[in-house]
Each structure stands twice: as structure tokens, then as C-alpha cells.
Design a protein around this ligand. Structure first.
Ligand code: NAD
Length: 352
């Protein structure tokens, strides 16, 4: 069957390749901007300082306090700084947390964003923003926050430790996986998503052996880009919902949680999305999708149980309650009993 579909392309300019950070000044000019506020986490001050040097007179300063999940007070401080230094664009160099901060600024100021991702989270390709206040993360979609230009320089990712590279890369695989069985799935995004899984799985196997290999890093970053496109274009399902709940309510780490939950979410959906699962397996080069994802994580030395991430058995019931609280799309109906079993398996790191 060839079902009808809607496909909407999101506008963004991508500059890809080792060494492409050097193109930053000309890319700022192309944006029509002249005073860039550079954003980073405290851990990435050194690379942000290099960016400021490279920008010269085009730099309006640095805000180096980006933090996980964009705390509201950090967003307010960054917005304040952007106003004070009369910035006309933001350059976000870092992972999803730093891109998220640029989005918070863009949401209220309309400042254009130039993103330079150094992880595989994919936020730079989505119009999704999130801000955390009083322990609650509010999220929304607004094309205003979609970065106008993205510079993907794989050389910047060689410093990402292997463990973080693996979990961040599997987080990107999760975007591709759920795009393949999304309610809004369409042939273009499915092509992108399948290719994304292929590039990420193949590239990660090489990165785990040779973290400094720029070719391998390029392949993974290319896959991460495709993962971000998939996440930005179509709705996600049970896997992302569960990870959001586990991260938000039990403070589990973002990329690691995605890594542990993914094979279980895919196993849950196996009977309801056979074509998507066939494509996932094909891209992994595995006989079937869920075991293929599980084996990938094991072979890369990634965590496979929620227990190893610090979750406690007593929290599983509450997690299952929260995960079924608001109805959302999933190929297989989401039941309390089904989710509780999924969580049990993920807790133990045992794939049924
Ligand atoms: P992160 O941005 O929090 O980075 C984790 C740590 O790694 C930070 O200390 C950072 O400074 C460091 N780091 C980043 N790149 C590095 C490098 N190349 N070398 C050494 N250290 C490096 O982690 P993340 O996984 O990229 O992002 C997670 C956040 O992004 C979550 O809050 C998640 O909700 C959000 N996210 C949002 C979207 C979206 O579409 N809005 C998509 C994906 C993720």
C-alpha cells in the first residue's frame, strides 16, 4: 500500500566537513549579521574562546553558562546579555544544551542562530525548544528557533569521549527509528531516517575503535544530522515519551536513557510496525531490529539497564503511571501493563 502523506521541508543551510569551522566568519556575513553572541557550557570555554578569536570584530562576547535542559534563570541571564551587548545573532557551539539556550534566546528576541554542534543530539535541525522552570520542562515548536545555518565540523567531535559519543549517537538513532513508524511518516523522511541509522551504526563501530578518526567521526555526524532532520520533521512516539518522563521525573541522564530504552521500545512496537522494523534491521545489518539495537549497544560498551543509570525498582510503577497519563500516538496502543513490562525489562537490561 502507498498511503497519502504530507511532507514539509524546514529551511536551513548546512555547511559540512572537517575544518568547516573556518568558514564561520563568512557564514555570519551571509546571515547579514555583524555582532554574534557566542554561547557555550563552562566545559567548552576553550573552544568558544577560539571562536571569539576567529570572529574578531564580529564577536559581541561570550555567555558560557549553558546547562542541561535550559533552566529558566539561565535563559533569562543569556537573554539579558544578548540585549546588553546588542547582539544581532547567536553562535551556539556545543551539544543540545547549548543549542537549546540559543533557542530560548531566539524565542523571545527573534535573533537568528548559527549552530555548531559538537555532539550527536540533533537539536540544531529542529524547531523544538524547551525551558525548565520549577522542575518542569516546558517544550514547544516554533520555526523561529530553528537555526538558520549549521556548521558541522567533525574535527570538533573527536574530543567527545567514546562513552558519550556512543550514547549520543544511539540517541540520534532513536530519532531515526521513531521517524520510521511515526504517525506523520513519509517516504522522504523514511529515506533519510534509514540512511541515518546506517551511517550512525557503521560510524559508531569505527569511532569506538578509533575515536580520533575524522572519517569515522564524519560518518557519525552525518548520521546525527539525518537524525535531527527526522526528529524535526515528524512526530515521535512511545520511546521519546518514555525517555522524556524518565529524564524529567527521575533525573536520569538524557543520552544514556535513550540508549537503554530504545531496543525495548522497538520490541514493544514490533508487531504493529513490521515494515519500519525491517528497514531498521536492514540499516543495522542485523537479522532483526530490537536485538540488533541491543547488540549494537552491548558491542559498543554502552549501558543496557536502567538500574545501572541509577533508577530504583520502587520507581518503576510511578514511571509507568506517568508514561500513560496523557494519550499520544504510538503504532501499538500504549497500555499501563505493557509499559510496566517494558520498564521491567529495561530496568533489568534483558530483552524479551
Ligand atoms: P549536552 O549538550 O548537555 O552536552 C553534554 C556535555 O558534553 C556538556 O558538558 C558539553 O559541554 C560536553 N561536550 C559537548 N560536546 C563536546 C565535545 N565535542 N567534546 C567534549 N565535551 C563535549 O548534551 P547533548 O546530549 O548534546 O544534549 C542534551 C540536551 O539536548 C537535552 O536537554 C535534550 O533535551 C536536548 N535536546 C533537544 C532537542 C531538540 O530538538 N530541542 C533534540 C535533542 C536533544
Amino acid at each position: 500500500m502507498f498511503p497519502p502523506f504530507v511532507y514539509e521541508a524546514l529551511p536551513s543551510r548546512v555547511v559540512f566537513g572537517a575544518g568547516s569551522l573556518q568558514k564561520l566568519p563568512e557564514e555570519i556575513d551571509k546571515l547579514g549579521a555583524a555582532r554574534a553572541l557566542v554561547l557555550c557550557t563552562p566545559e567548552q570555554r576553550a573552544i568558544a574562546a577560539d571562536v571569539v578569536m576567529m570572529l574578531g570584530a564580529r564577536s559581541a562576547g561570550v555567555f558560557d553558562n549553558a546547562a542541561m535542559h535550559v533552566p529558566a534563570q539561565v535563559a533569562d541571564a543569556a537573554r539579558d546579555k544578548a540585549r546588553r551587548v546588542r547582539a544581532d545573532c547567536c553562535v551556539a557551539i556545543g551539544g543540545g544544551s547549548t543549542t537549546g539556550l540559543a533557542k530560548a534566546i531566539a524565542l523571545t528576541s527573534r535573533l537568528p542562530i548559527l549552530a555548531i554542534p559538537t555532539t550527536y543530539a540533533g537539536s540544531e535541525m529542529t524547531p523544538i525548544w524547551g525551558i525548565t522552570e520549577g522542575g518542569v520542562k516546558k517544550t514547544g515548536r516554533d520555526v523561529l528557533v530553528l537555526p538558520k545555518t549549521v556548521i558541522y565540523d567533525p574535527a570538533l567531535t573527536t574530543s567527545l569521549p567514546v562513552a558519550l559519543s556512543v550514547t549520543s549517537g544511539i540517541n540520534a538513532i532513536a530519532h531515526c527509528v521513531e521517524a520510521l513508524y511515526s504517525r506523520d511518516a513519509n517516504p522522504i523522511i523514511s529515506l533519510i531516517a534509514e540512511e541515518g541509522i546506517r551511517a550512525l551504526a557503521g560510524g559508531l563501530r569505527e569511532v569506538a575503535k578509533q575515536p580520533g578518526n575524522v572519517d569515522a567521526r564524519s560518518r557519525v555526524l552525518y548520521g546525527a544530522w539525518l537524525g535531527g532532520v527526522s526528529l524535526g520533521a515528524v512526530g515521535m512516539a512511545l520511546h521519546h515519551k518514555l525517555c522524556h518522563t524518565l529524564g524529567g521525573s527521575f533525573r536520569l541522564p538524557h543520552a544514556e536513557t535513550h540508549t537503554v530504552v530504545l531496543p525495548h521500545a522497538v520490541a514493544y512496537n514490533a508487531s504493529a510496525a513490521p515494515e519500519a522494523l525491517e528497514r531498521i534491521a536492514r540499516a543495522l545489518g542485523a537479522p532483526s531490529a530490537a536485538p540488533g539495537l541491543y547488540d549494537l549497544a552491548v558491542s559498543l560498551g554502552a549501558p543496557v539497564s536502567l538500574e545501572s543509570l541509577g533508577m530504583r525498582r520502587q520507581q518503576l510503577d510511578q514511571a509507568a503511571d506517568l508514561a500513560v497519563q496523557n494519550p499520544y500516538y504510538n503504532p501499538r496502543p500504549v497500555t499501563r501493563r505493557g509499559v510496566r513490562q517494558l520498564l521491567e525489562n529495561a530496568f533489568q537490561g534483558r530483552l524479551n
